[in-house]
Every structure is written in C-alpha cells, then in structure tokens.
Design a protein around this ligand. Structure first.
Ligand SMILES: Nc1ncnc2c1ncn2[C@@H]1O[C@H](COP(=O)(O)OP(=O)(O)OP(=O)(O)O)[C@@H](O)[C@H]1O
Ligand SMILES: [Mg+2]
Length: 448
C-alpha cells in the first residue's frame, strides 16, 4: 500500500486542506486502491482485446508483431524483441524486433543447452536483468546478446512446459522500475501468445497436409488417366500389329514375283517404308503400356545419363547447344533397365534439342533426395504453355505436325511408371522447360 507522502499532490483531497486528518488518510488510501483497480481493469481490458486479436491470427509473423506493439504501448518502452523457436530446426533462432537499434554483428539466437535458456525453462516466469547475475556472466555470449537487445526484463514463452521463445523488454522510458503488475501482464500476454503460436503451427501443418493430399490425388488421377489411355493405345497397337505383318509379307511377295514391273517395285518399296514407319509407331505404343520385360539390374543413374548424353552430345554441340552436367554425387544407384532408361533420357534430350533449333543450354542434374534418385533435364527453349502442360504425356499429343508422333513422352511415362517412379514437367522461371524424374533409390542412406 502506498504511503501518504508518495501520493499525487494534485489529488483533490489535498486541495481540501485536511490532508493531515485520519479521514484524509482513509480517502487517500481509497484513492490509491481505486487507481490500482483502474490500472488492473485497463490491463485486463487490453489482455482481453489482444487475446481476441491473437486468436484470430494464423500467421506467426503477425502474432509476434502484435505482441511486440502491445508490450511497447502497455509498458511504455521504446522497443521490444522476441526470439522464438524455428519449427524446422527446433532452435530459438527466429528473431523479431521493433523500435530497437541492434549492433550489426550480433546474431540473436539461443542454443537450447545454454545456461540462460535452461534457467528460463526451469524457472518459467519473468526475470529482471538483476536476477540473472548468477546465470549470465559478463563476457559470455548470452550476456552480449542481452546487452544488444538492451534487456531489462526477460520473459519466457512457455507452452506445455516447453520453452518456445523469449521476450526482451528494455528499460521503461519513464525510468520507473518494472512492477509486479507489469510482470503479471506480460506473463498473461505471453501465455496467450504461446497458445496462438501453437494454433498457427497446427493450422500451417494442416494446410500443408491438405495441399499434399490434393496434389497426391491429382497425381493419382493423372497417372490413372494416362494408364487408361496407354491400355487403349496398346490394345489398338496389338490389333494393328498382326495385319501389318501380313501386309509386309505380301509386299515382299509382290516385289519378288517375276511379273512385277520396275515401276510397281518402286511403289512397293515406298509402301514398305511407310509400313515400317507404322510398325515402329506400333512398337513404341506397345512399349508404352507393356511392363518392362527386361530384367532390372542394379545401375548407377549418372552412368546411364552419361552414356545417353555421349550418344547425342556431338550433334547437340554442332547445333550450338551447350551441355552441362551437375551431379551431386556419382553414387546414385537404383534398380532398373538400362536400355529402357536410356530410351527415356534420349526422348527428353531429343525434345530439348527440338525446342532449341538455334542453340541454347541443356542442363542435366542428378541427386539423391528423400529416398529417390532425382534427375532433371532443364533446357533454355520455348517452355511449355499452360494449356499444353496437362496434355504432353498423352499418347499422340504433339505440336510438331509432321515431324512428331507424340509418343515420346507417353513412352517415357510408361517406362518410368514401370520403375515405380514419376516423371513431371514444369517451366523454368528463367525460360525453358524442366523435366523431373524420380526413381526409388536402391540403398537409402541416413541423409536420403
Ligand atoms: N523440352 C520441351 N520444351 C517444350 N515443349 C516440349 C518439350 N518436350 C516436349 N514438349 C511438348 O510436348 C509434346 C509431346 O512431346 P513428345 O515427346 O511426347 O512428342 P513429340 O516430341 O512431339 O513427338 P515424338 O513422338 O517424335 O517424340 C511436344 O510436341 C511438345 O509440344
Ligand atoms: Mg519427342
């Protein structure tokens, strides 16, 4: 309870001239209590408002901003800072501040095993800088960090017994020390903040899970659609194959029969060539759906990519296409059919060649990622328009008029699917297309 001497001299009771009387004393005490009550109501109202506000926010940055601004306004300080846990590495490294000028060379992050963090985790309540003398010694890293943020009051942000972050408040602008009700206020505020941060993280992970589910559904529908198209194409090819064989036999008989004139022989040769062309397409179509008949062997992806590039590099270079290979490691082993995979890589290289008739750059990268061998073919060609993108893996989809059958990518898709992998296309931000293949790794290391 405040003494009469401490009381505000503008208080109306003093003006009445009976400030020394016992009545005045009682009225004075009541006035002080009233002031304290008014401050409490104001604090509670602020807490109520900010809680409502925090609970409606699902973004951690906005939550931290709102908390810092509330502290600055309510505590009468020039600025405030907070460091919170980065969900990706579990370190207290996500630093946020307002109204403070920090030295450039200080990085404000805290190790979970540091003395200050362990102390705050244990004590779980606000600490004035003076109370930390035994915990934070001068010339330690923690000390220079507290100095950098001009910390006078340090408040742990705790959720279910776990330290999620630390709030730092500097000296009050009025020069007054922090009071018990200030500590109470920031404790309640940070309690609200911890609930709101946990909610925001939950919301974020739910959102990511939903997006992942949607994209998995889309991939499933897409690959089922292509598989159905493939089955249809393969069954037609199968039906066409038999009469083709008969036509070829008869053409041979005609051209070899003694009565056939040279003119007819010439025409038969042309028909024969065209029949061969149809036969090639039919073979490709059958490849599209027929599961890899060849036995799969243990192979190094980079070696298969290299040998395919070696086949084509001379031609590409003569067209002014620069080839760049970026292999994160040479050791990317999978189980697969080298000839089938070569066919896939060759189709992608030829497509890249077709979109760079006046030269360009083809980058082929390979790495181990999340249990998969990831191979990318990146060209600097025209890119793929958004209308075309969903259709390019369909059999017979081509934009090359006479020169393309539209089977290259369909075959690639069939072969990669039969290897339990995926193939997808996208556009490069700097122009050109990216084809990404993922094939299950044979041996998964602890980093895969
Ligand atoms: N690297 C690329 N950049 C831009 N568009 C591409 C690229 N690769 C493929 N495409 C588009 O996808 C279509 C289908 O490709 P796909 O390889 O299946 O058939 P194609 O190359 O037209 O004929 P072919 O059967 O001879 O391979 C192409 O016609 C082209 O429009
Ligand atoms: Mg092609």
């Amino acid at each position: 309870m405040a003494d009469l001497e401490d009381r505000d001299k503008t208080d109306p009771i003093f003006k009445l001239g009976f400030e020394e009387s016992p009545v005045a004393n009682h009225i004075g005490v009541l006035t002080d209590a009233n002031k304290g009550l008014r401050r409490k109501i104001f604090d509670l109202y602020t807490i109520f408002e900010i809680s409502r506000h925090l609970n409606s926010m699902l973004n951690v940055e906005s939550l931290l901003d709102a908390t810092l601004f509330t502290c600055i306004g309510q505590m009468g300080v020039a600025g405030a800072a907070i460091v919170v846990q980065d969900p990706s590495d579990n370190k207290l490294s996500h630093f946020h501040f307002k109204g403070l000028t920090l030295p450039k060379d200080v990085s404000i992050q805290f190790s979970r095993v540091g003395r200050l963090v362990r102390h705050l985790q244990r004590i779980a309540r606000p600490q004035l800088i003076g109370e930390l003398k035994d915990v934070v010694q001068p010339d330690t890293e923690d000390y220079s960090k507290l100095k950098a943020v001009e910390a006078e009051l340090i408040v742990p942000l705790i959720s279910k017994g776990n330290l999620l972050g630390i709030l730092f408040l500097p000296r009050k602008l009025s020069g007054q020390p922090y009071q018990e009700n200030d500590l109470e206020f920031v404790s309640i505020l940070l309690n609200q903040l911890s609930v709101a941060i946990v909610n925001a993280h939950l919301y974020q992970s739910e959102k990511e899970a939903l997006l992942e589910l949607r994209s998995a559904q889309k991939r499933l529908i897409e690959s089922e659609r292509l598989a159905a198209l493939g089955r249809l194409a393969a069954s037609i090819a199968h039906e066409v194959n038999n009469p083709l064989g008969i036509i070829k036999n008869y053409l041979t008989i005609i051209s070899k029969s003694p009565g056939t004139s040279n003119d007819i022989k010439k025409n038969v040769t042309i028909v024969h060539e065209e029949v061969d062309r149809i036969a090639r397409i039919v073979r490709q179509l059958l490849d599209f759906y027929r599961p890899t008949l060849e036995q799969q062997v243990e192979l190094n992806v980079t070696e298969v990519v290299d040998s395919t590039l070696d086949l084509t590099s001379q031609k590409l270079q003569s067209m002014g296409i620069e080839i760049s290979r970026i292999y994160e490691t040479e050791d990317i082993k999978i189980n697969g059919s080298p000839t089938k995979l070569k066919q896939v890589f060759l189709n992608l290289i030829l497509n890249a060649r077709d979109v760079m008739p006046r030269g360009g750059k083809l980058t082929v990268s390979a790495c181990r990622r999340n249990g998969f061998a990831e191979i990318e073919f990146i060209d600097s060609g025209t890119g793929i328009s958004p209308d075309e993108l969903p259709r390019i893996f369909e059999p017979f989809y081509t934009t090359k008029k006479e020169s393309g059958t539209g089977l290259g990518l369909a075959v690639c898709h069939g072969i990669i699917s039969s290897h339990n992998g995926t193939i997808s296309a996208s556009n490069n931000a700097s122009g050109g297309a990216i084809f990404t293949i993922k094939l299950p790794l044979l041996f998964k290391g602890k980093n895969d």
